[in-house]
Ligand binder design. Structure first.
Ligand code: NAP
Length: 247
């Protein structure tokens, strides 16, 4: 397929971890790829990996909590590829902090990066996306379960699930579907500082017997982006090895 006939996917927080896994998978599936991240080193490495797959890749430095950066990110994608068909709102932060130590500044930052960003990116994208496009969020099992030290994070991810359902209704007349994936415990650079004891304790609770990989989440995103998922909207697809199905 010539590159200007391909569909275009934009993935935020794509410099490493889950976002990078999603970008690589969608590149393999034949999309033109735009990757956005606040971390320039991560962005450069991810772009190198994706272009090695023979796909056009645009790298965009952006803080997804900044309306200015988001506007630039969407415009740059359209300038490069003429269209935006799949938006993956993946960027997120999860600074473990006991509730009593969370400052107002930290609360605002987590909500801005994880939740406000989804509003900003989805609105800017929906203004220019063609009918039949896809918007997909990276939520978390923390949108449904409580985790100590992550009150702000759990609130932000719960907010994403609510946003998904309401936005799916508003965009349905344009056949734009809006869904989320909710990962369980996934091995990424962001989770590498979680101590081995906690990782083992989590793994013991996972019926499928292993922690997740970015590729596990990418496969779910690729499905939700595909033609075959065109009748699925407003859903949160849990990808956690069965962690949360237990009593
Ligand atoms: P990660 O390894 O920390 O990678 C996230 C990437 O996003 C990094 O390159 C990071 O840059 C970048 N980023 C941070 N703030 C940003 C901002 N304001 N604007 C643009 N980019 C930004 O994270 P991950 O573990 O892959 O997680 C990705 C998503 O999955 C998040 O939404 C997370 O909540 C969700 N999730 C993860 C897990 C898990 O177990 N890993 C489970 C459930 C949900 P820096 O490195 O410079 O910060």
């Amino acid at each position: 397929m010539s590159s200007n006939k391909r569909k275009t996917a934009l993935i935020t927080g794509a410099g490493q971890g889950i976002g990078r896994g999603i970008a690589v998978r969608l590149a393999r599936d034949g999309y033109n790829i735009a990757i956005a991240d606040i971390n320039l080193n991560n962005l450069a490495e991810a772009a190198q990996e994706i272009s090695a797959l023979g796909v056009r890749v645009l790298k965009i430095e952006a803080d997804v909590s900044s309306a200015h950066d988001v506007q630039h990110m969407i415009q740059a994608t359209v300038d490069e590829f003429e269209s935006l068909d799949v938006l993956v709102n993946n960027a997120g932060i999860y600074p473990f902090t006991p509730f009593m130590d969370i400052t107002e500044e930290q609360w605002d930052k987590v909500i801005a990066v994880n939740l406000k960003s989804v509003f900003l990116c989805s609105q800017a994208a929906a203004r220019i996306m063609p009918d039949g496009s896809r918007i997909i969020m990276t939520s978390s099992v923390a949108s449904m379960l409580g985790f100590s030290g992550l009150v702000h994070y759990c609130a932000s991810k719960g907010g994403i699930n609510g946003l998904v359902r309401a936005l799916a209704l508003e965009l349905a007349p344009r056949q734009i579907t809006v869904n989320a994936v909710a990962p369980g415990s996934i091995i990424t650079p962001g989770t590498s500082n979680i101590d081995e004891g906690s990782q083992k304790a989590t793994m013991a609770k996972i019926p499928l017997g292993r922690l997740g990989k970015p590729q596990d989440i990418a496969a779910a995103v690729a499905f939700l982006a595909s033609e075959g998922a065109g009748y699925i909207t407003g859903q949160v697809l849990v990808v956690d090895g069965g962690w949360t199905i237990q009593s």
